[in-house]
Design a protein around this ligand. Structure first.
Ligand code: PEP
Length: 264
C-alpha cells in the first residue's frame, strides 16, 4: 500500500517570533508548488496565531507540540479545541514528555507521561478533529537489554487503548528512540526498519492488516539532511519527525526533498 510521506518539524522551545516568521518565509520560498508529501511545523503554543498566519495558503500544515486531554480549565494548559481554532491540523504527543518532563526517582529516571495519559490525549485530539502523532520509543537501557520490541508493543497497546479501527485509521505514529532524540546519534536504517515493521505488526494485530498498512509511521531522532534519504528509503519508514534540523530552512527542505526522492 502506498502511504503519503509526512515530514513534520518540532520546534520545541526554540526560535523567537521574528526568527519563526523568517524560517517559515524561507521554507515557503524553497518549496515549489504542491509537493507530493505532507509537511507540518509544530510551534510552541504561544506562536500558534502568527504561525498560522505565516503559513496561510501554503502546503504546510501546523501542529501543536502537545495539548491537555480535558476541555475544562487547567492552569497553563491548552485544549485540543483551542489548538483546532488556531488552524492546527495535528498534535504531536512527543516521546520526550514521557522521559524528560516529570519528577525524577532516586535512580535519576524521569517519570513523565504514562501510556494511560497518552491514550487520554489521543482520544481528545481525535474527538477535536485533529490528527495525533503518537510517539513511542525505547530508552538506551531498554535497547541494550533487548527490550525494544516489548517496550514498543506495550506503548502501542497502552497509548491506543480503547480505539476502534476507524479511529486508528486517522493516526500517525512516530518511532522516536529516546537515545536518538537531540543526541546526533540516529538509529541505523536497519534499526529503524526493524522497529517500524514491528510497530506495524502490532497495529495489524490490534486493528487489522489493512488499517495498519495505511497508518503512517514517522521516524524521529537526529534526522539530518545527510541521513534522511537512507532512513526514508526504508519500506516502513513513512516520514520523519524532525527536531533540531527543522530550525534551519535549508536542512528542513533538504529532508523534505529526501522524502520525495525516497518514495517516488
Ligand atoms: C524531536 O524533537 O522530536 C526530535 C526528533 O529531535 P531531533 O531531531 O533534534 O533529534
Amino acid at each position: 500500500m502506498s502511504r503519503r510521506p509526512f515530514i513534520a518539524g518540532n520546534w520545541k522551545m526554540n526560535l523567537d517570533l521574528a526568527s519563526a516568521r523568517a524560517l517559515i518565509a524561507d521554507i515557503r520560498a524553497r518549496i515549489a508548488g504542491q509537493p507530493p508529501i505532507d509537511i507540518a511545523v509544530c510551534p510552541p503554543s504561544i506562536y500558534f496565531f502568527p504561525t498560522a498566519k505565516a503559513l496561510a495558503d501554503s502546503p504546510i500544515a501546523m501542529g501543536a507540540q502537545n495539548c491537555h486531554h480535558e476541555k475544562a480549565a487547567f492552569t497553563g494548559e491548552v485544549s485540543p479545541a483551542m489548538v483546532r481554532r488556531r488552524a492546527a491540523s495535528m498534535s504531536s504527543l512527543a516521546i520526550e514528555r514521557r522521559h524528560t518532563i516529570g519528577p525524577k526517582d532516586a535512580a535519576g529516571h524521569v517519570h513523565g507521561e504514562s501510556d494511560e495519559m497518552v491514550a487520554l490525549k489521543v482520544r481528545a485530539v481525535l474527538d477535536a478533529g485533529l490528527v495525533p502523532i503518537v510517539c513511542v520509543g525505547e530508552t538506551l537501557d531498554e535497547r541494550d537489554a533487548n527490550k525494544t520490541e516489548a517496550v514498543l508493543t506495550r506503548q502501542i497497546h497502552g497509548s491506543l487503548a480503547g480505539l476502534d479501527s476507524a479511529a486508528a485509521a486517522q493516526l500517525v505514529v512516530a518511532y522516536e528512540p529516546v537515545w536518538a532524540i537531540g543526541t546526533g546519534r540516529n538509529a541505523t536504517p536497519q534499526q529503524a526498519q526493524d522497529a517500524h515493521a514491528h510497530i506495524r505488526n502490532v497495529l495489524a494485530e490490534k486493528f487489522g492488516r489493512s488499517i495498519a498498512d495505511g497508518i503512517r509511521i514517522q521516524y524521529g531522532g537526529s534526522v539530518k539532511p545527510d541521513n534522511a534519504l537512507t532512513l526514508l528509503s526504508c519500506p516502513d519508514v513513512d516520514g520523519a519527525l524532525v527536531g533540531g534540523a527543522s530550525l534551519k530552512a535549508g536542512d528542513f527542505v533538504a529532508i523534505i526533498e529526501a522524502g520525495i526522492k525516497a518514495k517516488s
